[in-house]
Design a protein around this ligand. Structure first.
Ligand SMILES: NC(=O)C1=CN([C@@H]2O[C@H](COP(=O)(O)OP(=O)(O)OC[C@H]3O[C@@H](n4cnc5c(N)ncnc54)[C@H](OP(=O)(O)O)[C@@H]3O)[C@@H](O)[C@H]2O)C=CC1
Ligand SMILES: O=C(O)C1=N[C@H](C(=O)O)C[C@H](O)C1
Length: 256
């Protein structure tokens, strides 16, 4: 039987694509396209709520869906590790299901996994991200997530960033400088640069069009619709695609 889906942020760039994916799916039924002016009761009969709205609105939208017993997929940016930790508690208290996907593109997810793998081996690490000028937030959610993943992979190893008090050297997230560009002609781009003696490794990903998100959106919806997310909070498309071991040391193995 089809699962009923409501989309918050349905008129936006990403929301329009999410609606297309839902409408094209044989087992999903689009029942509500929600915007900032929608009646708060709209979409209450959906079983799955997809939030692709605005960083300032996302938490309230997710909380309302949890209160209704809806399963939730979040693509909106702004979900830092601190906000996710709070959300995890609310999801557990509600006995709900929430999947947060900082980036629906396969290449981006692989890029973050490669950055995680490289993280313990270089002490100079910086992230440069560029997006279209309509993007309302900076740094991007993907860059924040990448910085947090790198910091986690490094454990206690500090990053070389002695110039943190100089704004032009980037905003520090989890100890890693992030530089944000907002440029006409760009969709989304991220470079993670690792510096070591006599060498620089760059992990780079380019999104040329929103088509990059289509397969990931579909996979995330199917994951949640099938109940594969279980209850609780799941973060990342890597979990959906079974790639979450990528870039992590095997059990018992410690990076040099
Ligand atoms: N995870 C991923 O792979 C991706 C994530 N994103 C993220 O998705 C989010 C949306 O991006 P994008 O589609 O480009 O943004 P847009 O500005 O194009 O669209 C925003 C949408 O959200 C709605 N909205 C804005 N404020 C509210 C509110 N207070 N309550 C309910 N709805 C609201 C808007 O409706 P209205 O017209 O009424 O204002 C509009 O439908 C951003 O956080 C972006 O970073 C983007 C691309 C990929
Ligand atoms: O606003 C965007 O466009 C994007 N937002 C997400 C982010 O903040 O990382 C994902 C992707 O970079 C596109």
């Amino acid at each position: 039987m089809s699962k009923r889906v409501a989309v918050a942020g349905a008129t936006g760039r990403l929301g329009t694509l999410v609606c297309e994916v839902v409408e094209a799916h044989p087992d999903l039924d689009l029942v509500a396209r929600l915007t900032s002016s929608s009646d708060p009761s709209a979409g209450a009969d959906a079983e799955i709520l997809v939030d692709v709205s605005h960083p300032d609105a996302s938490a309230a939208i997710v909380d309302r869906a949890l209160a209704r017993g809806q399963r939730v997929v979040v693509g909106t940016s702004g979900w830092s590790a601190a906000r996710l930790a709070e959300l995890r508690e609310r999801v557990a208290a509600a006995g709900g299901t929430v999947l947060v996907v900082p980036n629906f593109s396969l290449g981006s997810v692989l890029g973050t996994a490669l950055a995680r793998a490289a993280a313990p081996y270089f002490d100079a690490i910086e992230i440069v991200e560029a997006h279209h000028p309509q993007k309302v937030d900076s740094p991007s959610g993907t860059a924040v997530r990448t910085a947090e993943v790198i910091a986690e992979a490094r454990g206690d190893r500090a990053i070389e960033a002695p110039y943190a008090e100089q704004p032009a050297r980037g905003e520090l997230v989890a100890g890693i400088p992030i530089h944000s560009l907002r440029l006409a002609g760009v969709v989304a781009k991220q470079e993670v640069r690792f510096g070591g003696p006599g060498e620089v490794l760059t992990v780079m990903h380019d999104t040329h069009s929103n088509d990059a998100y289509r397969a990931g959106i579909r996979a995330a919806l199917e994951f949640v619709a099938a109940g594969s997310a279980g209850s609780g909070l799941t973060v990342g498309l890597d979990r959906v695609l079974g790639l979450d071991g990528l870039g992590r040391p095997a059990a018992g193995e410690v990076a040099a």
